[in-house]
Design a protein around this ligand. Structure first.
Ligand SMILES: [Zn+2]
Length: 123
């Protein structure tokens, strides 16, 4: 799913009943993400696990260049996903040179206008 159907924060909106996870990977000291993707829980498949199994996500860590990972989610990870995210970070922080791995929480809703500048697709 492309980030054209982007999510952003707001106050008066409906709260999705499923987890929505926006994943951003930045090269160290870069303003623009080298990877951005939205994952949604569906049919019992947790958004976090979809991301951790996504080859496009994992392909960002093949070289040894340091990266920063930011996840923006509308729900806290469940017990199992929290363990998987922790395992990913502990196992790969050195091998993949993960500089930082942050999880942020936000109320998310779908927008139909232009996405904020920081989440626009690469052209
Ligand atoms: Zn989960």
């Amino acid at each position: 799913m492309a980030c054209k159907e982007i999510l952003t924060t707001g106050l008066r909106c409906w709260w999705p009943k499923r987890t929505v996870l926006c994943s951003f990977v930045y090269a160290k000291h870069s303003q623009n993400p080298i990877f951005q993707q939205i994952y949604k829980s569906e049919a019992g498949r947790h958004a976090e696990l979809q991301m951790l199994k996504d080859r496009a996500f994992l392909s960002n860590f093949k070289d040894k260049n340091a990266v920063d990972i930011i996840l923006v989610m509308n729900y806290s990870p469940c017990y199992f996903c929290a363990g998987e995210l922790n395992y990913f970070y502990k196992k790969y922080r050195t091998a993949y040179s993960i500089n930082s791995f942050n999880i942020r929480f936000s109320q998310l809703y779908k927008t139909y206008g232009s996405p904020p500048k920081e989440v626009k697709e690469k052209t």
